[in-house]
Design a protein around this ligand. Structure first.
Ligand SMILES: Cc1ncc(COP(=O)(O)O)c(C=O)c1O
Length: 412
């Protein structure tokens, strides 16, 4: 086993794992890999293994690893100024907000540090909006089955899977879940006490399930008819992941609030809630806040990411390489009958198996490919946006071999 230097002390990967198991809260069932270094779409472990990254830290490392432009920018920013608190102005929040407004059509941003915090802000300001209209009792939320919005009390309350919710009940009351492709159930659930509907344009953790065109139309119709606000959760599927700025536009959705995170800082934690002018108009000084939210380091990273995405042509690249990925994954599915469905867009894909996906994920790891499982039977792929067609081919070949190894089927 190779070693790693930390605080002047030589540590083996086994030491790292032992220290964690003694002192870190045991809520993550981690793979037995200590990742130390990354370059582009490759990750390198303490024991000498290397991996092709088809997961980007769950949709975060959009620029890949060890990106020189990002590293230089955050290094320079760290020497200049990292943090001021939101008691003062600094030059970068307005720049990031302007870029996000141009991309989303939602003119105002609140900066925070994670996707769940972005959801909290959306939930709070949906209620705040109705309170400002004098509708004090318009406080309820309608969410979709298979939806995932985070682990804080508010975001957990609109997250569907009982496995995440049950240990922490009671949660925020008056949330109704409807099947994610049932327009009639949606129409029936939304009433004059509903503040907002919350939906992911493509459900991520719930199994990479794109919202159907008819459900999107039903959301629009219901919001239009009742005045209910729409919160689009673009934390996982937004910010270029599907080859367009945000995926709500592919479905014709008209959100008043939107949550983003993950790719925004390309690895530096930052999230944001975006608001239409009418929702933003309900906000007053002191209504909400975050000590770290939108600090200079995080905003610098977001500016580098957004510049690469828009001016650097990365979104176009995702669209192109995403088409290639889709073709290769559909060919893979044709050769593997255990793949029931290929779902997704751009560089966000789920392969739904007719069996548990965990053994395939394990086999892929052994072969040098990082992927993960979600919703028991779904293999999820979220590679860095900078991935090349050749790397897609390499990863799909490794996945082919992993499927064969895990399912016992002879290679096609
Ligand atoms: C759609 C969606 N919303 C919200 C979240 C929560 O984000 P975070 O883990 O940054 O709090 C996630 C995380 O996976 C997500 O996929």
């Amino acid at each position: 086993m190779t070693t790693t230097e930390a605080h002047g002390k030589t540590r083996t990967a086994a030491d790292v794992i032992a220290a964690e198991s003694a002192h870190v809260l045991q809520v993550y069932r981690r793979n037995q890999v200590v990742l130390e270094r990354g370059r582009g779409c490759r990750l390198f472990a303490a024991d000498g293994r290397s991996f092709l990254d088809f997961l980007s830290g769950i949709g975060v490392a959009a620029l890949g690893h060890g990106h020189p432009g990002l590293a230089a920018a955050i290094g320079a920013q760290a020497l200049e100024l990292i943090h001021t608190s939101n008691l003062f102005f600094h030059p970068l929040q307005g720049q990031v907000a302007t870029r996000l407004s141009d991309l989303s059509g939602l003119p105002r941003a609140f900066f925070c540090n994670s996707g769940a915090e972005a959801i909290e802000a959306c939930l709070k300001f949906a209620r705040r909006y109705w309170r400002a209209q004098g509708a004090q009792d318009r406080t309820r939320f309608v969410a979709l089955e298979h939806g995932f919005h985070g682990r804080t009390m508010g975001s957990l309350s609109v997250t569907w899977d009982d496995h995440y919710r049950a240990p922490f009940a009671p949660l925020v009351p008056e949330v109704t879940f409807v099947p994610n492709d049932d327009p009639a159930a949606l129409a029936a659930a939304v009433g004059d006490k509903t503040a907002a509907i919350i939906a992911e344009p493509i459900q991520g953790e719930g199994g990479v399930r794109p919202l159907s065109a008819r459900m999107a139309a039903a959301i629009n119709e219901t919001c239009g008819r009742t005045g209910t606000l729409l919160i689009a959760d673009e934390v996982q599927c937004g910010l270029g992941r599907t080859g367009r700025p945000f995926h709500f536009s592919a479905l014709g959705l008209k959100p008043d609030l939107m949550s983003i995170g993950k790719a925004l800082g390309a690895g530096v934690p930052i999230g944001a809630a975006l608001f239409s002018e009418r929702v933003a108009a309900a906000a007053a000084f002191g209504d909400h806040g975050s000590t770290y939210g939108g600090n200079l380091l995080a905003c610098r990273a977001a500016l580098v990411f957004l510049e690469e995405l828009v001016d650097g042509g990365l979104m176009k690249h995702v669209e192109q390489v995403g088409r290639h990925a889709e073709k290769q994954l559909r060919a893979l599915a044709a050769a593997h009958p255990e793949i029931r469905e290929v779902r997704g867009a751009g560089l966000m894909w789920g392969l739904d198996l007719d069996r548990p996906a965990a053994p395939v994920v394990e086999a892929a790891l052994a072969k040098g490919l990082l992927i993960n499982r979600t919703a028991e039977t779904v293999i999820r792929l979220l590679p860095p946006y900078v991935i090349s067609e050749a790397e897609i081919d390499e990863g799909v070949a490794l996945l082919d071999a992993a499927l064969t190894a895990a399912t016992g089927k002879p290679q096609s």
